[in-house]
Design a protein around this ligand. Structure first.
Ligand SMILES: O=C(O)[C@H]1O[C@H](OP(=O)(O)OP(=O)(O)OC[C@H]2O[C@@H](n3ccc(=O)[nH]c3=O)[C@H](O)[C@@H]2O)[C@H](O)[C@@H](O)[C@@H]1O
Length: 436
């Protein structure tokens, strides 16, 4: 049956419309016109509401969504800002590169940015300074980079307009993509933040990179956690990575697949680095070695995980300087992307490497080393490894990185923690900073 509606009176061909003269029909026509006007207003109002509540605005609703809480309106742009961007990214050595480092106020990001700048590469940082852990530590890292001549733009990798602007101002040769939602256990508390940064953010970055002309080569942080529940050790790049134990691991694995797609379709040169529990000065307070140090000094009990039947939980702890050398080697050996303006011109490089230390240490031994360095006995509470994303054991096979990147870790856990503890005691010495 045909539905009667006020729209039935509107001709499809306006010129052919004949006005019906009867007063009854005129009334119907007027009321239809009024309804049409009314619904047009409703429609326009909906469009208005939609645009003013879009993710790029910092409305209370957008900010109350945990996955969106960092999509604030960062202020960027303007002549002075562009000048700072250009100057920070300027290459100062022969054959140097200009690198956009995302997550530059993060642990690895700060170290990599400083190392690149030291050797004369142009470096521009990008960071959203979120509050996953104490933002004042990120600000302190920012101040450190500022002194080295590295400017960190405040913004989110999901902000494509900002990313496009950065590529308009600087023709980056490389992107070192380290911005991510890290941490294995936090994924159960705030799952959407992992999707926001590690998946949506990665796609947003790759979208801009694929359209850039020239396209940059991209090196990015994957994770040892992609090996998930594998029991065959050491972990090799050839091993399966289809049984992640945490959402964090799943988003990093998804990132590797997304990298494959962008390499395949657009000719982007992509290198994923699977980091193994990176530690050191300026580290992340959410990691065990860091908060164990803080809690041991405060006399607080620490929880040390063990597997079933008193099984050892161990990590292939890798010192930050070794990781930085691996990152720089990955950038140095990255071939150019082959596409331009969003079109692939030929096959491009696609790589994945383990960057580990190749000598796993039980977590209880890590605590013993900290006790010796801090000269304080830890209050240990042995707990069964919770099922919240942690795996029992990690151990990297690094022969591929050794062969192709010349990667060779040189710092054992004892020497690395010594440097960390020295930094920690100095950094938190004034008692004002909490180390949280
Ligand atoms: O290798 C990696 O890719 C990952 O390394 C770390 O993850 P994880 O190795 O779990 O590092 P921590 O959270 O510092 O834990 C280290 C060890 O301490 C154990 N642990 C942790 C917390 C705790 O209270 N007690 C405890 O015994 C964990 O089970 C683990 O064996 C990082 O946090 C991840 O962001 C990174 O991606």
């Amino acid at each position: 049956m045909k539905q009667i509606s006020h729209l039935d009176d509107i001709p499809s061909t306006p010129g052919k419309f004949k006005m019906d003269k009867s007063p009854y029909n005129r009334l119907r026509w007027h009321s239809s016109l009024a309804k049409l006007t009314f619904w047009s207003f409703v429609f326009l109002a909906l469009i208005f509401i939609f645009f003013f509540r879009s993710p790029s605005s910092s409305t209370p609703q957008a900010l109350s969504d945990p996955s969106r809480r960092y999509l604030q309106n960062y202020s960027w742009g303007g002549a002075a800002w562009e000048k700072r961007v250009r100057s920070s990214a300027r290459i100062r050595s022969r054959n140097g590169m200009s690198v956009l480092v995302t997550g530059a106020a993060g642990f690895v990001g700060t170290h990599v940015s400083a190392a690149l700048k030291r050797r004369g590469d142009g470096v521009l940082g990008l960071d959203n300074f979120n509050d996953y852990y104490d933002p004042s530590l990120k600000r302190a890292r920012q101040a450190l980079l500022e002194r080295a001549g590295v400017f960190i733009v405040e913004g989110d990798i999901n902000d494509e307009a900002l990313l496009k602007k950065l590529f308009e101002v600087v023709a980056f040769t490389h992107v070192m993509h380290l911005a991510a939602q890290a941490g294995v256990r936090y994924a159960m508390e705030n799952p959407s933040s992992y999707v926001h940064s590690n998946i949506a953010g990665l796609v947003s970055l790759l979208e801009v990179c694929k359209s850039a002309n020239p396209q940059p080569a991209i090196v990015w942080a994957s994770s040892s956690s992609v090996y998930g529940l594998n029991t065959k050790v050491p972990f090799s790049e050839k091993d399966r990575t289809d049984q992640p134990a945490s959402l964090y691991a799943a988003t990093k694995k998804a990132g590797e697949e997304i990298a494959h797609t962008y390499n395949h379709i657009y000719g982007l040169s992509l290198t994923g680095l699977r980091f193994f529990t990176v530690y050191g000065p300026w580290g992340r307070p959410d990691m065990a070695y860091f908060f164990f140090t803080r809690d041991i000094l405060k006399g607080k009990t620490i929880s040390i995980f063990e597997a079933a039947n008193h099984g050892t939980v161990a990590r292939d702890f890798t010192y930050i300087d070794d990781i930085v050398r691996g990152c720089l080697a990955a950038l140095d050996t990255a071939e150019k992307s082959t596409g331009s303006g969003g079109k692939k011109k030929g096959p491009a490089q696609l790589r994945v490497y383990n960057l580990g230390n190749t000598s796993p240490v039980p977590v209880s031994d890590l605590v013993s080393i900290l006790e010796r360095l801090l000269k304080v006995k830890a209050k240990r509470n042995i707990l069964r490894l919770p099922r919240n994303g942690d795996v029992q054991y990690t151990h990297a096979n690094i022969s591929l990185a050794q062969r192709e990147l010349g990667y060779k870790p040189t710092t054992d856990l004892q020497s690395g923690l010594k440097k960390f503890v020295r930094w920690y005691l100095r950094f938190y010495a004034d008692g004002k900073k909490s180390g949280v």
